[in-house]
Design a protein around this ligand. Structure first.
Ligand code: SAH
Ligand code: SF4
Ligand code: F3S
Length: 453
């Protein structure tokens, strides 16, 4: 079959969260299905697509710079096109639409978060007619997961169960660029999971901005816990999910940790702040006490569960006392991993018009202190695994040393071990090996393969 995409090369640059990464896999799946070839570098690509994020300002500024600099990169020899086609999609595409082509005149295509499937048509029009092809929709007409996928790894799959967000945390742009929450019917989720299991996928990560509110918009209101049960029944080896909003994490879901065969003992539970005043101003709709109660119940259900979280430092009005409350909470919980962010003002969100009482230097020094503390606690948390044997899902060779394999433990820790004699990282990728942990650092565990290779 000859299509306008036959012999064309493309490259996708992805920023932001797993939702965007997954959307990029869908785009790659569509373009490959039409005969285009994926390439690694922009120099080799006839079509370049940026999947963008605007959750914080830094990502925003970078995108405009990167697209602008493309103008100077010549088209490869042998390209079927007369000029490189540049497309911007994802959350900045959704937010800025026409404004992008006004500022970046050599941009050809802009699409949003609700119309991934239009990309091939927009690219075709840009190639055939030239000009600016901009299409941004207010809401999705269908669930994007009905599109094909070109997955990054053959053994792991992301599986969106909801799109959008209804929570409107006061600092966050996501509900404005991803729209209202929509759940995917359980039968579709299970059917996709079954296809993955049959294709040899070992790990599925369920995705949604708040997976805990899954199903409220569906007939019969199926609960998230029912999705976990149904996924477990497909025979998948490892099951994970992200992200969980603490206000909607139920006892039923907590009870799945430690009892559901495939559910890995790791949970990302963003707290954002340890101060009740800040949590209220953030519109998070839980208290510090409620959050700590969830942690206690999780550890009762599964004593070894590894917790990770997100924290924002320098939210408008955050006082020294509020920040101390956050530090105390972080100290008390003892997370395996904490993603720390400096508050970034996002136009159009309620927090953007709140008075900011904290000077940048103060925020920066709070941030540095928190990072320091988080690292010490992560180091301590990892020490507990020294001497134990962990099942590692191999991802390939370590980036630092080609003779080491690198993979993930059930608790989602990175694990390194020397490759067993005669085995290559490529052949082991996607299999599970047992590693005896001899050393535990802040960012990884290391040891020897004892079995399974
Ligand atoms: N739906 C998920 C992910 C949201 S974005 C959740 O609720 O956890 C990922 C993280 O980015 C958030 O948890 C938050 O910590 C951070 N974030 C979002 N908006 C931000 C902003 N304006 N400034 C700084 N960090 C922000
Ligand atoms: Fe943003 Fe809050 Fe929705 Fe997460 S739950 S995407 S932080 S509005
Ligand atoms: Fe960024 Fe959009 Fe995700 S703003 S964090 S890519 S939903």
């Amino acid at each position: 079959m000859h299509t306008p995409f036959t012999n064309m090369t493309f490259c996708i640059r992805t920023f932001g969260c797993q939702m965007n990464k997954h959307d990029s896999e869908r785009i790659a799946g569509m373009l490959e299905g039409l005969g285009a070839l994926p390439v690694e570098t922009i120099e080799d690509a006839d079509v370049v697509a940026f999947m963008t994020c605007c959750v914080r300002e830094a990502a925003d500024t970078r995108l405009y710079g990167q697209v602008a600099s493309l103008k100077n990169v010549p088209l490869r020899a042998g390209s079927p096109l007369s000029k490189r086609i540049v497309a911007v999609g994802g959350c900045i595409g959704q937010r800025d639409g026409e404004k992008l082509v006004e500022e970046l005149r050599h941009l050809d295509v802009v699409f949003g978060t609700h119309n991934l499937a239009s990309l091939p048509r927009l690219l075709e029009a840009a190639i055939a007619e030239g000009g600016h092809q901009v299409e941004v929709l207010d809401a999705a007409s269908s669930f994007p997961t009905e599109l094909p996928t070109a997955r990054e790894h053959h053994w792991a799959a992301w599986l969106p169960i909801t799109i959008g967000c209804n929570n409107f945390c006061s600092y966050c742009i996501v509900p404005y660029v991803r729209g209202r929450e929509k759940s995917r019917p359980l039968e579709d989720i299970v059917a996709e999971a079954e296809r993955y299991v049959a294709a040899g996928v070992k790990e599925i990560t369920l995705l949604g901005q708040n997976v805990n509110s899954y199903g409220r918009d569906l007939y019969g209101a199926p609960r998230f816990a029912a999705v976990l049960d149904a996924l477990d029944a497909t025979g998948i080896e490892r099951l994970r999910f992200a992200t969980s909003h603490p206000k909607d994490l139920t006892d039923e879901v907590i009870g799945k940790f430690g009892t559901l065969r495939s559910l890995m003992p790791a949970l990302h539970l963003p707290v954002q702040s340890g101060s009740d005043t800040v949590l209220a101003a953030m519109n998070r709709r839980y208290t510090r006490a409620h959050y700590l109660g969830l942690v206690r119940k999780l550890r009762e259900a599964c004593p070894d569960v590894a917790l990770s979280t997100d924290v924002i430092v320098g939210f408008p009005g955050e006082t020294a006392k509020d920040f101390e409350d956050t530090c105390r909470l972080i100290d008390e919980v003892g997370y395996h991993q904490v993603f720390t962010f400096i508050y970034s003002k996002r136009e159009g969100t309620p927090a953007a018009s709140m008075e900011d009482q904290t000077p940048h230097e103060v925020v920066q020094s709070r941030f540095d202190r928190l990072v320091d503390m988080v690292q010490k606690r992560a180091f301590e948390a990892n020490q507990r695994d020294k001497g134990s044997i962990v099942d590692v899902l191999v991802e390939g060779a370590s980036k630092r040393d080609a003779l080491l394999l690198s993979g993930k433990s059930p608790k989602n820790q990175t694990v390194h071990a020397p490759l067993p004699a005669g085995r290559s990282a490529e052949e082991l990728a996607g299999s599970i090996v047992r590693v005896r942990v001899d050393e535990a650092k802040t960012w990884y565990l290391s040891g020897e393969v004892v079995d399974g290779a």
